[in-house]
Design a protein around this ligand. Structure first.
Ligand code: SF4
Length: 430
């Protein structure tokens, strides 16, 4: 079978999207491609950003390949499934250009995982995959009767037919991925890196998936939820392949990069630097030293709130008080050139106290951003606390709530974000 896998050409005008806008490796498509090829399928994988192809050009390439099945992701790579653009404008635009020339169509991503019916209606695809997608995509290519494929949903008349719940990939046995050399050459971006000397191309790698915590704002209930650690040899083989292709910096997309002595020791001997997101309360001073020696140049630590009450409100389940956390962050900064304490706007936080701790951290070389507001994504506990299980209007509801709650947005967000229906009006069937 011929299968096209597409990361569309992302644009963000008037979006509330607050993730990074640079290109990143579409790991979900990379794993899917490896599994499809192992089954003998012929795969065309395209990435709008890395190949500088807009959605019309992507659609033309897919149409010339004449696949039996086309898969499109609704988030700009696995790195951003937990904070995807709420609107389906971009995958919708790609599918409109494709205009039925890609065989049967499949959407993967956070939208179809949490809210399959509106995703199917808005995009007009044959099937959505619910949850992590790689094994399900491979299974769709094996079966001609898609009603038998678990973790998928389709529309039957006006109604939704769901075959099972969300998929959790076993993940631990994922083999080393390889990427086209021209993609790596086009990946100059070093994600979340702010120190000065940047050498070589950038790349993203996944050493673990999921997280054992359940912070209230974290949109991972339907994917990337349970913590799994990938086998060491595959991770190291993937990294060695990337280094041989000219990569000088790797960003581990892990929800929570936990201390892994064997991996850190393997990295000490390799000519590559890296960045991570983690929880600082899970690190000890000696492991922070090893993290720095291994080549870590960027830590994004999800402190979220600068008060015990604020962290409790966000369900961080953090055992340390603010003073201990600040000391650990400052200790991390002694070993790693860029350390960020990620802050979220919490009403429980006294602004004067937030200012005090932000200044204290910044004075010691740790970057602490201005607190950013929360978006109650349908796959987050906070959405479900507010409104229960997501229904067909979940994204519209979350979006309206967010726009009504905050007058100013973060530096990287569009300052005039639009309502969801407006964002999707040109390319999604409402
Ligand atoms: S620690 Fe991070 S990844 Fe884990 S639930 Fe909290 S915000 Fe999400």
């Amino acid at each position: 079978m011929k299968v096209a896998l597409v990361n569309p050409f992302w644009t963000y005008e008037h979006s509330i999207y607050f993730g990074c806008r640079q290109p990143h490796l579409p790991l979900e498509l990379g794993y899917s491609k490896a599994m499809l090829e192992a089954d003998g399928h012929d795969v065309l994988m395209l990435d709008g950003q890395l190949q500088a192809l807009d959605n019309a050009a992507l659609a033309e390439q897919v149409a010339s390949f004449a696949p039996d099945m086309t898969v499109v992701t609704t988030a700009p790579t696995y790195l951003f499934w937990r904070c995807a653009p709420p609107e389906l404008r971009v995958p919708g635009e790609f599918l409109n250009h494709l205009a039925g020339r890609g065989g049967r169509t499949v959407a993967v991503g956070p939208h179809g995982s949490a809210t399959p019916a509106p995703t199917l209606r808005k995009l007009g695809v044959d099937v959505v995959v619910r949850g992590e997608c790689e094994e399900v995509v491979a299974e769709l290519a094996r079966q001609s009767d898609w009603s038998k494929v678990a973790h998928t949903a389709s529309l039957q008349g006006d109604g939704l037919a769901c075959n099972g719940g969300v998929h959790v990939s076993p993940f631990v046995d994922h083999l080393a991925l390889t990427w086209p050399s021209d993609w790596i050459a086009a990946h100059g971006h070093h994600h979340h890196r702010f120190d000065t000397v940047q050498k070589g191309a950038g790349a993203e790698v996944e050493a673990s998936r999921g997280c054992p915590y359940n912070c209230s704002f974290c949109a991972k209930i339907d994917f990337r939820d349970a913590y799994r650690r990938r086998k060491h040899d595959a991770i190291v083989a993937e990294i060695d392949g990337l280094i041989a292709q000219g990569v000088g910096y790797i960003y581990f997309i892990d929800e929570i990069f936990l201390p892994q002595k064997a991996l850190l020791e393997a990295l000490v001997d390799r000519d590559v630097q890296f960045g991570v997101q983690t929880r600082i309360d899970l690190w000890k001073p000696e492991l922070l030293e090893l993290l720095g020696a291994a080549g870590c140049v960027s830590i994004e630590a999800g402190l979220e709130s600068l008060t015990v009450e604020g962290r409790a409100m966000l369900a961080k389940r953090c055992r340390l008080d603010t003073e201990d956390l600040a000391a650990l962050l400052i200790d991390a900064r002694r070993n790693v050139p860029f350390v960020q304490a990620n802050l979220i706007g919490v009403v429980e936080d006294d602004p004067a106290l937030v200012d005090y701790w932000r200044k204290h951290l910044i004075d010691h070389g740790v970057w602490a951003n201005e607190p950013v507001p929360l978006y109650p994504y349908p796959s987050s506990p906070s959405y479900r606390e507010l409104w229960g299980e997501p229904d067909d209007l979940a994204w519209e509801r979350a979006h309206e709530h967010y726009l009504a709650s905050f007058r100013s947005f973060s530096d990287i967000q569009d300052q005039r974000p639009h309502a969801l229906a407006e964002l999707e009006s040109s390319c999604c069937n409402h």
